[in-house]
Design a protein around this ligand. Structure first.
Ligand SMILES: Nc1ncnc2c1ncn2[C@@H]1O[C@H](COP(=O)(O)OP(=O)(O)OP(=O)(O)O)[C@@H](O)[C@H]1O
Ligand SMILES: [Mg+2]
Length: 160
């Protein structure tokens, strides 16, 4: 199992880690990858995602998809979808939005609160676990765990 751990002492450190991941993604290609972002409310899932999307080349805002469930971006010829399923009330909502079509070789998906997706989502390639250090407010432990062969290729390159 390939796993990387990072300690971020500030949001700026989190941004540096997002930039490192973005660089490997740019080398290897974004298409077909699915990331689940796990962590408590306020852990920093959206913050990490924002820095990642911007490091991938998006020059604009990245707002939390809390109310819209999904926000789309375009990175070169890849569609990137940022989901936040926290407010999802019913799996039918995902069926209704045509959830299967979001996962394909020309898209990359970053999903907060994936556990609310009740098996309707693509399997993850990488899980990003973010933990808060209760003693030092801005400290975060970031753990990247590969959950597929593609995820392993990505994280192995990140290690080097
Ligand atoms: N080291 C750090 N890395 C990331 N965010 C940090 C860090 N230190 C402090 N923060 C702050 O923590 C907050 C994280 O909020 P964010 O919305 O990203 O959390 P979230 O995990 O997406 O929560 P939710 O489950 O509600 O969507 C932000 O206000 C951010 O500035
Ligand atoms: Mg969030």
């Amino acid at each position: 199992m390939v796993k990387n751990e990072f300690v971020a002492h500030s949001e700026d450190n989190t941004k540096s880690i997002a930039i490192q991941l973005a660089n490997v993604l740019i080398q290897q290609g974004l298409g077909g990858l699915t990331f689940y972002l796990n962590g408590d409310l306020g852990a920093g899932k959206t913050t990490f995602t924002r820095h990642l999307i911007q490091a991938l080349g998006h020059n604009g805002n990245v707002k939390s998809p809390t109310y819209t469930l999904v926000e789309p971006y375009e990175i070169e010829d890849i569609k990137l979808f940022h989901f936040d399923l926290y407010r999802l009330a019913d799996a039918e909502e995902l069926e209704f939005m045509g959830i299967r079509d979001y996962f394909n070789d020309n898209s990359m998906c970053l999903i907060e609160w994936a556990e609310k997706g009740w098996g309707l989502l693509a399997k993850s390639d990488v899980e990003i676990n973010i933990m808060i250090d209760n003693i030092h407010d801005d400290n975060r432990l970031l753990e990247f765990v590969a959950t597929s062969d593609a995820g392993e290729r990505l994280l192995s390159a990140l290690e080097r």
